[in-house]
Design a protein around this ligand. Structure first.
Ligand SMILES: [Zn+2]
Ligand SMILES: [Zn+2]
Length: 254
């Protein structure tokens, strides 16, 4: 699998960090993990094969994770690169995904679900399993962030596993969910003294890394307060494993 970080930032506009979007290339297809308003152009910038994207995971409906879905679908509806596409695009996310997408589409006769190719919107519940890509089973976990927010875990037939927490507060059950994962893509919104419980600060993130025994951790969803701070050095003081600070354009094979 290969991870490309498209957006390592948050809802706060930033000169170097786009809002949440991460591309996962597997031997069974491509998966976009969250689709911020920046995602479509970031995919193009990274020369990724966005016209043939297989699946999208929407972790929750905060607009720094979801706001790019209408604009991406508006793009695929009209772009020359997608007019001859026939394979479906599958969009997975929490309950309400169909309603909110249709509501945006109907607000101005955008007809976003009428595409040159089939669109399949699949609502998934927490603590369930489903096939997110052919022969790639995903599991969901209810995170303490919003009513609908979820983390996702992929277990491929290869001996590699992956967890994307998206936005979350601290939860011991999240560590169990991510048990022994090969790559843990985790939010680390704040450095310390987090202003809200529904996000992680570095000490929370490193505690989760230690508890779950992750082989490698990538920290993303970084607020501007991380600017100029050596996140990886601070992480090493709290956990001896490998921690990588995400940046836009980071590519990782695992
Ligand atoms: Zn967010
Ligand atoms: Zn959020």
């Amino acid at each position: 699998m290969k991870l490309t970080v498209l957006g390592s930032g948050t809802s706060v506009p930033h000169p170097d960090r786009a809002s949440s979007a991460h591309w996962l290339q597997t031997s069974n297809g491509s998966l976009l993990l969250d689709i911020s308003a920046d995602a479509a152009h970031r995919m193009a910038q990274e020369r990724l094969d966005w016209p043939n994207l297989d699946a999208i995971w929407v972790s929750h409906f905060h607009l720094d994770h979801f706001g790019g879905l209408p604009t991406f679908l508006f793009g695929t509806k009209w772009a020359p690169q997608t007019q001859s596409r026939t394979k479906p695009l599958r969009i997975f996310g929490p309950e309400g995904l169909k309603r909110i997408t249709r509501t945006i589409s109907d607000s101005n006769n955008y007809s976003l679900l009428e595409q040159p190719f089939p669109i399949e919107i699949v609502e998934v519940a927490p603590s369930t399993e489903f096939e997110i890509l052919p022969r790639v089973i995903a599991q969901t976990f209810k995170t303490p962030h919003t009513d609908e927010s979820m983390a996702v875990r992929l277990n491929t037939h290869a001996p590699k596993s992956f967890v994307y927490t998206s936005d979350t507060g601290f939860s011991e059950n999240l560590a169990s969910f991510a048990n022994q994962v090969d790559l843990l893509l985790m939010e680390c919104s704040f450095r310390r003294n987090k202003p809200v419980e529904k996000h992680l600060e570095l000490a929370d993130a490193m505690k989760l890394a230690k508890m779950c025994g992750a082989h490698r951790v990538v920290l993303t969803h970084l607020y501007p307060e991380w600017d100029g701070i050596d996140l990886e050095a601070e992480a090493r003081e709290l956990w001896s494993g490998e921690t990588i600070a995400a940046f836009d354009g980071l590519q990782l094979e695992f």
